[in-house]
Design a protein around this ligand. Structure first.
Ligand code: ADP
Length: 483
């Protein structure tokens, strides 16, 4: 912890946050993936505290929902102010628990803050409507009301942004929240809760519970007072939670796995496509749900593309994220390392060729060499599963129709990318890709102002933008007669 050298060490919490108080004993160690050292420990709470958190959120609901929108907006702005003031400390905490380079962590804190800023503003714009009435002397009105207590379950790959992307629109809408961060990375969530507390968010409006996933998730799914379950994580757990939530007919918003195609057409700007592939593949050591998972490259440009990509990938600096030179950090844990090695070995056994990388990094631990793999076939496991690691598998293609079919040949539908300069082709391909988000000659999909989310087995609902707040609102229709 000394290595972190925080300006405000009190942001490292060893307790959970329930009903405006810090509770529980430090039990589960949180390890820095860069070197395996413990940072601190957090409580292993159970369904008892999970239920207590729902009670707190339920108690806080009516007073919070009944506040003027301007009051809720002001509270969010105070939280924003705290996050901005502590940006550098939050980024260091994030890197320490997650491993991503400090520059990426700082970007993520800004991204996290942008949701608080945006939804503080959006709180003021929740408006209903008056519709044509079907009766004389009457009015039909539609109001938008907070859905109620929301449960949020978040992953380890974006330990700060996934917190605010759920909590900020929920709170802006007048909902209250119970949140369970990933067991690998609870410290960013707890630090954000500490800052919400300092900002004077009312007691019980936001609760952060740490501990084993299954009993906490089940307690929230079973509780009829929880009206929405927002989840970001694997498709497998998403399906399980959807089943569990069906018992109380909760609304679910799910942002699940992906298998993003990255297509390079014959007329693409080669340098731009290579840089795009680096950004879409190696960011966060390949551990994002929108990371390019399959690189389809047209025959005519293939050799030049893979040569240049391998050159650039070779230049990536691997190391501890807290070192300012680092461009790629460690993988989150040994299970992630094992998965990458297994997929790679299977592909090589099936005829794929390693152009660069391909091995655990000499730094040891969970570091892996940034890797480019050529001669990959669409039947290989590496193209069908989410790699979640720094391996770029390249597949050749020769026609637009063929590549669209292959790109869509997956149960997932989160993000897709393509590079090419033919405008007609761009719109044709964008229309036919069965994905929630499509990057055309660009890979920087993340922004507060856009509806982030997927189709097919990549999810339900959208986060971010003015659409994002609608997930937390219910329509109510009022018929007023006898006027
Ligand atoms: P990953 O494989 O990336 O860790 P998961 O879907 O397993 O993705 O985890 C995402 C989040 O879901 C984490 O907060 C994790 O603790 C939580 N989680 C995992 N299993 C369950 C479960 N059975 N019930 C509720 N939450 C779960």
């Amino acid at each position: 912890m000394a290595r972190l050298e925080l300006n405000d060490p009190s942001l490292i919490k060893s307790q959970a946050y329930l009903n405006g108080a810090w509770v529980g004993e430090p039990q589960d160690p949180i390890l820095n993936p860069a070197d395996g050292t413990p940072i601190t420990s957090v409580p292993a709470l159970s369904e008892v505290e999970a239920e207590a958190a729902v009670s707190a959120a339920y108690q806080a609901l009516q007073p919070w929902a009944g506040q003027l929108a301007a009051v809720r907006a002001a509270a969010l702005r105070r939280w924003l102010e705290q996050i901005r003031q502590h940006r550098d400390d939050l980024a260091k905490i994030l890197t320490a628990e997650q491993g991503k380079p400090l520059a990426e962590a700082s970007w993520e804190i800004d991204y996290a803050a942008s949701f608080v800023e945006f939804y503080a503003e959006e709180a003021l714009r929740i408006a209903g409507e008056i519709l044509p009435s079907h009766l004389p002397k009457s009015r039909v009105m539609v109001t938008k009301n907070p859905i109620g207590v929301c449960a949020a379950i978040t992953p380890w790959n974006f330990p700060a942004a996934m917190i605010t992307r759920k909590c900020a629109p929920a709170l802006a809408a007048g909902c209250t929240v119970v949140l369970k961060p990933a067991p690998e990375t609870p410290l960013s969530a707890l630090a954000l809760a500490e800052l919400a507390d300092r900002a004077g968010l009312p007691q019980g409006a936001m609760n952060v519970i740490t501990g084993p996933a299954e009993p906490i998730g089940r307690a929230w799914c079973d509780d009829p007072r929880v009206r929405l379950l927002g989840f970001t994580g694997s498709t497998e757990v998403g399906k399980l939670l959807m089943r569990q939530a069906s018992q109380t007919v909760k609304k679910v918003t799910l942002e699940l796995g992906g298998n993003a195609p990255f297509i390079v057409f014959a007329d693409a700007d080669l340098e731009a496509a290579v840089e795009g592939a680096i950004a879409a593949k190696f960011r966060n050591t390949g551990q994002t749900c929108i990371c390019a998972n399959r690189l389809f490259v047209h025959d005519s440009i293939h050799d030049r593309f893979v040569e240049r990509l391998a050159e650039r990938v070779n230049e990536l600096v691997v190391g501890d994220g807290l070192d300012p030179e680092t461009q790629q950090g460690p993988l989150i844990n040994t299970a992630a390392l094992d998965k990458v090695q297994k997929l790679l070995a299977d592909a090589v056994a099936g005829g794929a060729r390693v152009l660069t990388g391909g091995k655990p990094h000499p730094l040891g631990g969970t570091y892996f060499q940034p890797t480019v793999l050529d001669r990959v076939a669409p039947t290989m496991a590496i193209t069908q599963q989410e790699i979640f690691g720094p391996v770029a598998p390249v597949i050749r293609f020769s026609s637009e129709a063929e590549v669209i079919t292959q790109a869509n040949d997956t149960p997932y539908g989160l993000a897709a990318y393509f590079y090419g300069r033919d405008l007609g082709q761009a719109f044709r391909v964008a229309d036919r890709l069965e994905y929630g988000m499509v990057g055309i000659n660009s890979t920087a999909l993340g922004s507060v102002a856009v509806p982030f989310g997927g189709v097919k087995q990549s999810g339900i609902g959208r986060e971010g933008s003015h659409h994002g707040i609608d997930e937390y609102l219910e329509l109510k229709y009022l018929l007023v007669g006898g006027l």
